[in-house]
Design a binder for this molecule. Structure first.
Ligand code: EPZ
Length: 419
């Protein structure tokens, strides 16, 4: 398995280009199942997760062409079947479950392996199933599978107990060609929900309110193919913003949406990082003295859980005490164990972590436990004394395009050992 080797101490400078959002492209690829016309995704991020969900669609006979020289994906679902997708792939990538809504809409029935949990939590799907049921699908779960059958999907009012991103996306996709009107209340408001809504509306759907806590969907007869450019990846951008802060550097980040980054900009500014946005670029200046702050992860527009590990890495190296509260996932502090191997001072108490900044982190071998934890450990390696080896890099490759290349181009002493 590959590992990333970082020698700490370099300051960074220059510019970095952010890729399109993984968490936008995955539901958008699933949504292409709603039409038998071709869908084209331009400027697509060439990521492991994108390749896996493409293989899931291929396992139901979709034809997907991924041109990684032009970052272009062409999806043709004219010849798909309502057969069961490859269970091994579905269990490998939780986001594969997002094909359930489109396939129920297209065939009125669908059977799929239950998605696995993962390191950060059990990742239940009860809210997805509640939505499908409200639209008229009979759901059965057993023997590791979930099956849905619906003579016809009929619009309904659905209240989500928790603003689940995936449930909001899956229900939206199931509802776009249901008869009548659907409202999803207490839904997720993430920018990736808006991007999916824009993609579906460009196919001929009629969705109003994405980005707010209530989405209205007026069912239409059919959807056409479309051509789409996804939004930038706000989590990758946030990760590089923290790279500037942790290495006390100043550099330019191209490919940002200020609105999507508001919670991250607010918290880093509170710490003393200087951030100036000009259009779709920003200058991040972490050269000043930074102060510790408290962080609480919340659904958008709160501070994103996908930035929690990276922020913990930064707070480990800032003098003073910080408290991090993780409200979204029940087991998303595994990176703390690895950071403590580097000399960090972190005390975990349930959903809270108390971080005492230390003078120096020290390089050593550490293990990525999920994709954001892996990225956070690379960030810690940038500032640690000596050499840090981050193993299980396949986690990082799920969500970051060439992270070590991008950091090397900014001046980091970093390389990948393929193994
Ligand atoms: C999406 O996961 C993202 N993944 C995650 O990003 C992100 O961390 C998460 O949203 C929260 O923002 C993709 O978009 C592919 P949720 P998702 O449903 O949809 C509970 C990354 O690092 N819940 O909003 O699975 C669940 O247990 C990944 O890029 C239910 O209780 O997240 C969790 O506590 C990691 N029942 C909370 O909601 C359900 O039916 C958030 O889950 C569904 C979810």
């Amino acid at each position: 398995m590959d590992k990333i080797v970082v020698k700490g101490g370099n300051t960074l400078s220059g510019e970095v280009k952010i890729s399109s959002a993984k968490n936008s492209v995955l539901p958008i690829i699933a949504a292409s199942l709603l039409s038998s016309d071709k869908c084209i995704i331009n400027n697509a991020p060439m990521l492991e997760d994108v390749f896996v969900i493409s293989d899931v669609l291929r396992s139901v006979s979709a034809d997907i062409d991924i041109d990684n020289t032009r970052n272009k994906i062409v999806i043709d679902t004219s010849s798909i079947c309502d057969c069961e997708p490859c269970g091994e792939l579905v269990r490998k990538l939780r986001a594969s479950f997002l094909i359930m809504g489109p396939m129920i809409s297209r065939y009125g029935k669908f059977k799929i392996s239950l998605p696995g949990g993962c390191n950060i939590g059990t990742r239940p799907i009860d809210l997805h199933l509640k939505g499908f049921n409200a639209l008229g699908a009979d759901i059965s779960v057993g023997h590791g599978y979930v099956e849905a059958k619906a003579k016809k999907l009929v619009g309904n009012n659905i209240y989500l107990d928790f603003p689940s991103v995936g449930a909001t996306e899956n229900i939206m996709m199931a509802a776009v060609m249901a008869e009548g009107e659907t409202t999803i209340e207490n839904c997720a408001e993430e920018p990736e929900i808006v991007d999916l809504s824009n993609f579906l509306n460009s196919m001929g759907a009629n969705i109003i309110g994405a980005g707010s806590d209530t989405i209205r969907i007026i069912g239409v007869k059919e959807l056409k193919g479309t051509n789409h450019i996804p939004i930038y990846d706000r989590i990758e951008a946030g990760t590089f913003m923290i790279a500037a802060a942790i290495t006390k550097s100043r550099f330019k980040i191209n490919g940002v949406n200020e609105q999507h980054l508001k919670p991250i900009i607010a918290k880093l500014t509170e710490m003393g990082v200087e951030i100036k946005v000009h259009g779709e670029s920003m200058i991040v200046d972490g050269t000043g003295d930074l102060i510790p702050i408290d962080i609480k992860t919340m659904p958008y527009p709160g501070f994103p859980t996908d930035m929690q590990a990276q922020m913990m890495g930064l707070l480990c190296s800032i003098k003073g005490t910080s408290v991090i509260t993780e409200t979204i996932f029940e087991n998303r502090f595994m990176h703390a164990v690895e950071m403590k191997r580097m000399g960090a001072n972190i005390k975990i108490d349930g959903r809270s972590a108390v971080v005492e900044g230390v003078k120096r982190l020290t390089g050593c071998q550490v293990k990525s436990t999920d994709l954001r934890a892996g990225a956070a450990l690379v960030l810690c390696g940038l500032v640690a004394d000596g050499v840090t080896e981050v193993t299980d890099v396949y986690h990082i490759d799920r969500g970051y395009v060439n992270i070590e290349e991008k950091l090397k181009n900014l001046g980091a002493n970093i390389y990948r050992v393929c193994g």
